[in-house]
Design a protein around this ligand. Structure first.
Ligand code: PLP
Length: 540
């Protein structure tokens, strides 16, 4: 017999040679059953190490390879081929209780056979939303770039951490090269940076660095040695700015909200006013976070004018270009970010408009004084030994607050190698062109109303159903219009025909925010969106 396991309820199955071990082992009262049980000793476990695993592929490379080939086959068929096909569903909606039942989520003590595991993989894919589908317009990321996916598969398979040259030689060098390229597009010939787990974290890093640069003591003394600090951002900023302020102990009250104009852009005159107000209240301004590509309206803050204000007041300028940063690749549209080279830090998510895959977010810094490492370093002697046989400056892990860190550079590097900067530029330009096509088509139709003329690839609009057309003067018009988007959203998700986000915004009731980001989109997909909304809302 083989050793399987030991628990309160069942005893060990032992090989004949282990009988002796059994006689030597201790008897204990089992807390669950109250009966006298035998507690296994080291020797039992050593026997267990000799045993063959049950239903496990450990130690069976042929079976492991067969399983992975099958899984990759399923992924290619179900995610890559069907998941990107306009004739398939975007999602297969199930109520949570039914979904739980279909997935059979419970984890049990017995393992399952490979066929069952493959069926489970199929079910996971079947009931997951296909974000690579051409009718998934719900988020600021969508689509599937095959080279980037190849990079992600390699990254996952190699399963290393980005912290030392010792265990990630390729990725340490590659990360620096990719960051250098992104910095060059910002307009910097030198600097620093790091890939972060998302734009929210990149923004948070920028806040921490700005605070540390002003008050280096705070690394050791924390909040004790600090005056009340103030940071400034616009009404349209991403919510991660407030979250970051809370997380870093600054508090959300330290975030001063600057007014925006009718297009959603920060007003530099109001920024000046807010700085004076904060100072008058006894706060110390230290950072301005401008946004290049706001989340809902897609607005670009006027960076030159904001940089002038920062310069006058000696403030750190951070640009949250998580969404709009990729526009820097386009010679035609990069003027939207004019002045970005004057920033101290930039957050840029290639996983959004460039479809590099989640997640891929760079924090870029103008600093050349090793600020990142000084601010976050902790010199763990078991990881960052200073007497290594190679240049320890290549152990970049001490720049960040994480220990283990995912490799996020390969997917972008591989995609860039395949597309070239020109290919990526074409993608960005095409996204703009399709967004404008959509706007023109939308204007031709009776049931659509633009929220604002877009300057980016966010197209915000209301669908006005037949019963509300021509009723703009009615007192309850806005209230009734705001109820349309949630109803249509439910219908499209339950049919699985498409997904598009909606939100209220300031005094405006719910409207749709169309995001033209997937590089595979065509005019036909824009037409589909409009036709589908008309179809779904014809009875409203
Ligand atoms: C302007 C802006 N900044 C930051 C973020 C946060 O990025 P992430 O989702 O990678 O944390 C977003 C996300 O949509 C965003 O739109």
């Amino acid at each position: 017999m083989r050793v399987i396991s030991w628990s309160c309820e069942c005893c060990l199955y032992l090989t004949p040679s282990a009988v002796l071990v059994l006689t030597l082992s201790k008897l204990v009262v089992c807390p669950a059953s109250g009966s006298l049980e035998r507690r296994p000793e080291w020797k039992d476990f050593i026997l267990m190490a000799d045993s063959k695993p049950l239903f496990s592929l450990d130690g069976d490379p042929v079976a492991a390879e067969a399983l992975l080939r099958d899984v990759f086959g399923i992924v290619v068929d179900e995610v890559i081929r069907k998941g990107t096909s306009a004739s398939e569903k975007v999602c297969e909606w199930k109520e949570p209780e039914e979904l739980k039942r279909l997935l059979d989520l419970e984890l049990r003590s017995q393992g399952e056979a490979p066929e069952q595991i493959l069926a489970r993989c199929r079910a996971v894919i079947r009931y997951s939303v296909k974000t690579c589908h051409p009718h998934f317009f719900n988020q600021l990321f969508s689509g599937l770039d095959p080279h980037s996916l190849a990079g992600r598969v390699i990254t996952e398979s190699l399963n290393t951490s980005q912290y030392t040259y010792e265990i990630a030689p390729v990725f340490v060098l590659m990360e620096e090269e990719v960051l250098k390229k992104l910095r060059a597009l910002v307009g910097w010939s030198s600097g620093d940076g790091v890939f972060c787990p998302g734009g929210s974290i990149s923004n948070m890093y920028a806040m921490n660095l700005a605070r540390y640069q002003r008050y280096p003591d705070c690394k050791q003394r924390g909040l004790r040695g600090l005056p009340p600090l103030a940071l400034f951002t616009s009404k349209e900023c991403h919510y991660s700015i407030k979250k970051g302020a809370a997380f870093l102990g600054l508090g959300t009250d330290s975030v001063w909200i600057v007014k925006t104009d009718e297009r959603g852009k920060m007003m530099p005159e109001d920024l000046e006013r807010q700085i004076s107000l904060a100072e008058a209240e006894g706060s110390v301004p230290f950072l301005v976070s401008a946004t290049s590509g706001t989340t809902v309206l897609g607005a670009f803050d006027p960076l030159e004018a904001i940089a002038d204000v920062c310069q006058r007041h000696g403030l750190w300028l951070h640009v949250d270009a998580a969404w709009g940063g990729s526009v820097l690749l386009s010679q035609t549209h990069r003027h939207l970010l004019d002045g970005i080279q004057r920033a101290d830090s930039v957050a840029w998510n290639p996983h959004k408009l460039l479809a590099a895959g989640l997640q891929c977010s760079a924090l870029l810094l103008r600093d050349t004084s090793n600020l990142l490492r000084r601010c976050h370093g902790s010199q763990a002697s078991y990881l960052f030994q200073q007497d290594k046989f190679y240049d320890v400056a290549l152990d970049t892990g001490d720049k960040v607050v994480q220990c283990g860190r995912r490799v996020d550079c390969l997917k972008l590097w591989l995609m860039w190698k395949a597309q070239g900067g020109q290919g990526l530029e074409r993608r960005v330009d095409r996204a703009f062109a399709l967004a404008w096509y959509l706007v023109e088509e939308l204007k031709k139709r009776e049931g659509f109303e633009l929220v604002i003329e877009p300057e980016f690839v966010n197209v915000c609009f209301w669908f006005v159903p037949p019963s509300l057309r021509g009723k703009q003067e009615n007192p309850d018009y806005s209230e009734r219009l705001a109820k349309v988007a949630p109803v249509l959203k439910e219908r499209m998700v339950k049919e699985g025909s498409m997904m598009i986000g909606y939100q209220p915004h300031g005094t405006r009731g719910n409207f749709f925010r169309m995001v033209v980001a997937n590089p595979a989109l065509t005019r036909a997909d824009m037409d589909f969106l409009l036709n589908e909304l008309e179809r779904l809302g014809q009875d409203l």
